[in-house]
Design a protein around this ligand. Structure first.
Ligand code: ADP
Ligand code: TRP
Length: 323
């Protein structure tokens, strides 16, 4: 299995990013023959238009992934822009990408609806994403559900290139670990940076506790039993509490006679415990940014070597080399 995924450095990672995407990276790095993970700063440039912020988020993203358990001895970790071959590959793909394919992309339409400017970069983003995947002969791409359409676009683009120029690219599969990993935010909607409803993975526990205490709940009377299914607090609790804790909380919900304040407190306690080791590891990496830069440089070297081979194959196939 050849695994690849990228994550945009557009702000601190939140529980949705972790349980929806990053957790899959960590599981797959154990079993994959090869795995590549990158901080997608070229993609983030479509929305983050502030030099210092983009630089900071890029380094922070790498530190976060390492702290969460990404192991550079098992997986290749690098920064997107350190592998310029993908931009060249993306042009080759762009020439064969129908406009209609990109016009149908929901993520582009969503971003425009949220008020982002319709740049050519934002529009053709899925083609660069396709190049990212194809450049490493990746067959497995762990992503959250909302990214599956882009994997399909990648398959379409690669399939038509192969059809026109002969077998050149490996067609990837999107992999969503489990559907329940769609994480709700503090307002009950999908957790997302753009909705301002996130719980950041590495926030100070005190700040996180306050955010948890403010999570919106219904105004059910204390004595009424409550269905734990579909309850925001319970959904979040399931992510960070032990199985026994979840079982006993389920009984409490069904029995009634409890206040949401107690559930929030239990959730904050479980969260603090769940992230404690990663938080400690993060402090260690953050104190040694040059060591992180070295890890990224070594990763970029390996990634470039791989991407260059695939680029040469594609250039040769379509006739921009060997003339
Ligand atoms: P955001 O919506 O906060 O901008 P991104 O779009 O950068 O997050 O998402 C990065 C990765 O995390 C994607 O693979 C996405 O599917 C996953 N992800 C983001 N939010 C959630 C969520 N609430 N539940 C599950 N997965 C999520
Ligand atoms: N588009 C992805 C996101 O917004 C990030 C990304 C860029 C990516 N290139 C990729 C994901 C290649 C998987 C494979 O989350």
């Amino acid at each position: 299995m050849h695994v690849l995924s990228g994550i945009q450095p557009t702000g601190p990672f939140h529980w949705g990013n972790y349980f929806g995407a990053i957790r899959q990276y960590l599981e797959l790095q154990e079993v994959a023959d090869e795995s590549y993970y990158f901080i997608a700063n070229l993609h983030a440039l479509t929305t983050v238009r502030d030099k210092e912020r983009l630089q900071q988020y890029t380094l922070d993203g790498a530190i976060d992934l390492l702290a969460l358990g990404l192991d550079p001895d098992r997986a290749v970790l690098f920064v997107h822009s350190d592998v310029p071959e993908v931009c060249e590959l993306s042009w080759l793909l762009m020439t064969g990408t129908p406009m209609g394919l990109l016009e149908r992309c929901v993520s582009y339409k969503d971003k425009i609806a949220k008020g982002l400017k319709a740049s050519a970069g934002l529009f053709s983003y899925p083609v660069l994403q396709a190049a990212d995947i194809l450049a490493y002969d990746a067959d497995t791409v762990p992503v959250g559900e909302d990214q599956l359409q882009h994997i399909e676009v990648c398959r379409d683009i690669a399939g038509s290139f192969n059809h026109q120029f002969g077998e050149t690219f490996t067609l990837p599969k999107g992999k969503v670990l489990d559907q329940s990993a769609k994480v709700p935010g503090t307002d009950g909607e999908k957790m997302s940076k753009s909705y301002g409803n996130t719980l950041a993975v590495f926030d100070d526990p005190k700040k996180q506790r306050k955010q948890i205490m403010r999570i919106q709940t219904d105004s059910r009377p204390m004595e009424d039993p409550k269905d734990p299914e579909g309850d925001v607090l319970m959904d979040l609790y399931k992510l960070v509490a032990t199985e026994d804790e979840v079982a006993s909380m389920t009984v409490t919900y069904q029995a009634g006679g409890f206040g949401y304040g107690d559930v929030k407190k239990a959730l904050a306690d479980a969260a603090e415990r769940y992230w404690a080791d990663c938080r400690a590891r993060r402090e260690e990496f953050a104190a040694k940014p040059d060591q992180v830069r070295e890890i990224l440089a070594a990763g970029a070297e390996k990634a470039r070597a791989k991407a260059r081979g695939v680029l040469l194959r594609a250039q040769d196939a379509c006739g921009v080399a060997g003339w």
